[in-house]
Design a protein around this ligand. Structure first.
Ligand code: PMP
Length: 386
């Protein structure tokens, strides 16, 4: 927080509604970060808050041993939408990625996990050791023998690692959030899938940022045209109201559940109230109307950003994955400078953690034209001051 203050971003959130947040002095900000997708549906979305209020009359956290009505309903929706028929819940994205890694290790008997060098998959444990090892090294908690990385989009490095034959899984996002959504070469995804299969490794897709409507499809893997063995979802499933995450598994990778049903038993995993909220958030995030809005708003943003780029040469490239945008500038450190400039123009955004020339913009799934136009104007005003 001291760091933000010294960077001129003295901000304490007071209240929030829709896609706006106000600070203690009453200053309004457009939220173009949305906590990386937690607030996909806006802050305090009434459909989600009403679902929780209703559920409080009859539900609590549920039982550990027996499934609950709401847990079962949400699991069925997640399975039907993904084709991955087995679902386990977790309280956070970190824990869900940890579980996905454990499932892959149990299924394959291998230990090594491959992931993108600029990726981020969680704040602790196995999940933090995957992707860029900066976080785990920071806490002296990395596992260099068990986790390896490959540069984003680099199939040759990925193949070399897989050829060793000791890989349990490739853990990867359909578009890497921490790298600012770089594009991958044509045919990348089908190659990743077939190379994993050839070498007996599972493909785990981290859909924590890219899933639940963000790509214009329900899941990002549907946009890139592959079906993983395991998919992980979190953030947006909470509706911004109640933490919940889930691991969706193919029948094969979930075989172990038939031998060992209590093999994973997180106390706060998949409670009934969380699942009521998760169901409401899932329904709204993935409805036909919402996905249509995502396509329209994504086009609006893409056209507007392209026009800004044509007027300002500092803005070098615009990466897009559905309604996720990475703006790349021609200067080291421009990502954070742009975050500061956006802040001065009343916009909250975040730099790409592992690409210092890139700022990420993540407009919500339900934004309207007026919001898009206002946000684009502020983005241009910020670019002008860089
Ligand atoms: N994977 C990705 C791609 C993420 O962006 C994050 C959170 N920023 C996580 C995993 C970890 O999720 P959580 O913070 O809920 O533990």
């Amino acid at each position: 927080m001291t760091l933000l203050k010294s960077a001129g971003m003295d901000f304490v959130a007071s209240h929030s509604e829709g896609y706006c947040v106000w600070d203690l002095d009453g200053r309004e900000f457009l939220d173009l970060d949305l906590r990386a997708g937690v607030y996909n549906l806006g802050h305090r979305n009434p459909r989600v808050t009403e679902a929780l209020q209703g559920a409080l009359r009859s539900s609590d956290m549920g039982f550990a041993l027996f499934p609950g009505e709401h847990q079962t309903a949400l699991a069925e929706k997640l399975a039907a939408s993904s084709g991955l028929d087995n679902v386990l819940f977790a309280p956070s994205g970190t824990e869900a990625n940890d579980l996905a890694i454990q499932v892959a290790r149990r299924h394959t008997g291998n230990r090594r996990i491959l992931s993108c060098a600029s990726g981020y998959h969680g704040a602790a444990g196995l999940a933090s050791a995957a992707g860029n090892p900066e976080f785990s090294q920071n806490f002296n908690s990395d596992y260099p023998d068990e986790f390896a990385t490959f540069p984003a989009g680099d199939l040759d490095s990925l193949r070399d690692e897989l050829r060793r034959g000791d890989v349990a899984a490739v853990l990867i996002e359909p578009a890497c959030n921490a790298a600012g959504y770089p594009t991958v070469p044509e045919g990348f995804w089908t190659e990743v899938q077939s190379t994993c299969a050839e070498h007996g490794a599972l493909l785990i897709m981290d859909e924590i940022v890219t899933g639940l409507g963000r790509s214009g499809h329900v899941w990002g893997f549907q946009k890139v045209g592959v079906t993983p063995d395991i998919a992980v979802t979190a953030k947006g499933l909470s509706g911004g109201i109640y933490p919940i995450a889930a691991v969706l598994m193919s029948a094969e990778s979930a075989q172990w559940l038939h031998q060992d049903f209590a093999g994973y038993a997180g106390t706060f995993a998949g409670g009934e109230l969380a699942c009521v909220v998760g169901s409401a958030a899932f329904d709204l995030s993935t409805s036909r109307e919402t996905l249509e809005n995502v396509h329209a708003a994504a086009d609006h943003f893409a056209d507007g950003l392209e026009a800004i780029r044509s007027r300002h040469s500092a803005l070098k490239d615009i990466r897009q994955f559905g309604i996720l945008f990475g703006l790349e500038f021609d200067l080291d450190g421009a990502g954070f400078a742009m975050v500061q400039a956006l802040f001065r123009n009343g916009v909250l955004a975040f730099p790409a953690a592992h690409a210092n020339r890139v700022v990420n913009l993540k407009p919500g799934l339900l934004v309207d034209e007026a919001f898009c136009s206002d946000a684009l104007q502020r983005v241009e005003d910020a670019v002008k001051t860089l």
